[in-house]
Design a protein around this ligand. Structure first.
Ligand code: APR
Length: 252
């Protein structure tokens, strides 16, 4: 409990906060993470045949259908108290930026403003040919094994692709640049629910440490960040984050 109080004092005193999130913050909404034992998406599916540009070129129906399955799952769940606590931080700390690796829209639906999506979003499909933004298709039934022909671009007729960053692809330049800038300028970075294994996103908490910020990690499991985080709060985000915000800004 001592660590939670220390973390709450640091959060209440912070002038510029970055909240950096990974799949773990959405886990308690029912959205699978990538690397958790048994349930992780990369434990159950092959990233090489689903999450690379070559995979989409080889089998656009398999890839488009899988991402539409993930999007339909997300449209059926709700943000959890962890997402709500991030919005509380954004409302209470003088200046808070949310940087997420997640491609879901749960931060937005919890009321967080302008999250930076380092790995894109399931809700911003675009043309694989001319990159023109495309309409998000109507919600469909979640059906894990479904193959679906991707829609065609209204401008060049090339297939529409998910608006996410695949393995082997560069991150959106502006998003990464802004995220690094925010990490160098913040005085407190809260990293929640990430295994810290995928670069360059995993650099963000390290940049904050390098520039003297207090780094607080929230994760039920140890990660490579345990060694450099100022405070490690080992527990689930939907429990820890509300406790953290209630301790930082006690209700009157
Ligand atoms: N609360 C907080 N953290 C949790 C919870 C929870 N309830 N449940 C699981 N976690 C933690 C796990 O312990 C793990 O450290 O969330 C982390 C999830 O790690 P990953 O599944 O690797 O997800 P993430 O770190 O977001 O992956 C980064 O990898 O495949 C790419 O593009 C994908 O953005 C993703 C990137």
């Amino acid at each position: 409990m001592h660590d939670l109080r220390k973390a709450a004092e640091a959060l209440a005193a912070a002038q510029r906060v970055v909240v950096f999130t990974g799949a773990g913050i959405s886990a308690e909404s029912g959205v699978p993470t990538f690397r958790d034992a048994l349930t992780g998406l990369w434990e159950r599916f092959d990233a090489q045949t689903l999450a690379t540009p070559q995979a989409f070129e080889d089998d656009p129906e398999l890839v488009w259908g899988w991402y539409e399955w993930r999007r339909s799952l997300i449209q059926r769940v709700a943000p959890n108290p962890g997402h709500a606590a991030v919005t509380t931080i954004q409302n209470r700390a003088p200046r808070t930026v949310v940087i997420t690796q997640n491609v879901d829209d749960l931060h937005e639906r919890a009321g967080s403003r302008d999250p930076i999506h380092l790995h894109g979003s399931l809700f911003t499909p675009r043309c694989a040919g001319c990159a023109h933004p495309a309409e998000v298709p109507a919600a469909t039934e979640p059906d894990e094994g479904r193959r679906l022909a991707p829609p065609r671009c209204a401008h060049c007729f090339a297939p529409i692709r998910p608006g996410v960053v695949w393995f082997g692809e560069a991150l959106p330049e502006q998003a990464l640049e802004t995220a690094v800038q925010e990490a160098t300028a913040c005085d407190l970075l809260l990293t929640v629910g990430t295994s810290g294994l995928v670069y360059p996103a995993a650099e963000i908490p390290k940049v904050a440490t390098m520039f003297g910020a207090t780094v607080i990690q929230v994760n039920p499991q140890p990660t490579p960040l345990d060694a450099t985080a100022t405070i490690n709060l080992h527990g689930p985000a939907a429990t820890i984050l509300p406790a953290l915000t209630e301790a930082a800004w006690p209700l009157p």
